[in-house]
Write a protein that binds this ligand. Sequence first.
Ligand code: MG
Length: 370
Amino acid sequence: MYRLDRIVLREVALPLKEPFVSGVSRVDVRRLLVVEAWCGGVCGYGESSPLSDPYYTEETTETAWHVLESFLIPAVLGRPWRSPADVAARLAPVRRHFMAKAGLEGAVWDLYARLQGLPLSRALGGTRDRIPSGIAVGITGDLAALGERVKQALDAGYARVKIKIKPGWDVEPVRYLRERFGDFPLMADANSTYTLQDAHRLKELDAYGLIMIEQPLAWDDLVEHARLQQLLETPICLDESIPSLAAARAALDLGSCRVINVKPGRVGGLLEAMAIHDLCRERGVPAWCGGMLESGIGRAHLVALASLPGFTLPGDISPSGRYWERDIVEPPFTLLPGGEIAVPSGPGIGVAVDREALERCTVRARAFAP
Ligand code: MG
């Protein structure tokens, strides 16, 4: 039996190397919550990754802080547990607030793996020691600037490029990239900025051999996505519309998508993410791991998750240097030849948290004891 004898909640502010713009938000300084879960002098780290504004999901940095501080941390502090599933069960009565839960559950997973002397990847059932790295390129609003970013990504060797699209920035950038760079693994993410009335516009994208179109329609829709999928040759991948295993099952039953983007933050933690992975694997549906502009701590969790065998497509997991001048973990994640990232083999998340760097970027912190 283990007990959490101390939990520290921190908000960190990390300036991005360059602003990241999607169809629904813009991020200049990334505010994240880092959770430290302590048991007998051993610390596990997790990260809660909502955006500052409620335009990707309903959560924000502030709501996650509130829910962790007032409900989630008190539900687990000092209580006995054997496995992360016991802790997740104590968090389950809180409805939704998935990113808040994922930060705490993630810290417990890292702690658990360290206590077992296992790499997190192996504790989760991962089988790979390297994962393919994809890159997401934000909306530039300028074709030449987009071309430059994509050229850099292809030169760096990324296994897949994703561009963000929205109405008015869709067919032209995709055509431009195909004309300039030819056939390379390319996909587009719409972040719910279209409606079914735009089906003809999205249908035009069929001509460009995209690997998939991510989340074209409403963030809470499955039925219209199923209608759209019948009209499109390009596979639809769902992101925002899949907050849970139940939603994933419904989406596959309805034919709403042919690919699933699994983000532990969006679905409430690694356990739910693994359950969705298992469902996709059973049904032969390709899946991949998405990201939320994580620091090295959240990235380490994603890398461990992406080492599971059912994640058959390159995800959004890029090296530290894509985002930060200096990451808060040592060593930072780097891109290997062949567009891959090594899965750390040390205990837990397998990278050391740089405590000095963590302190420096912390803008508020609170320690909890039973
Ligand atoms: Mg997405």
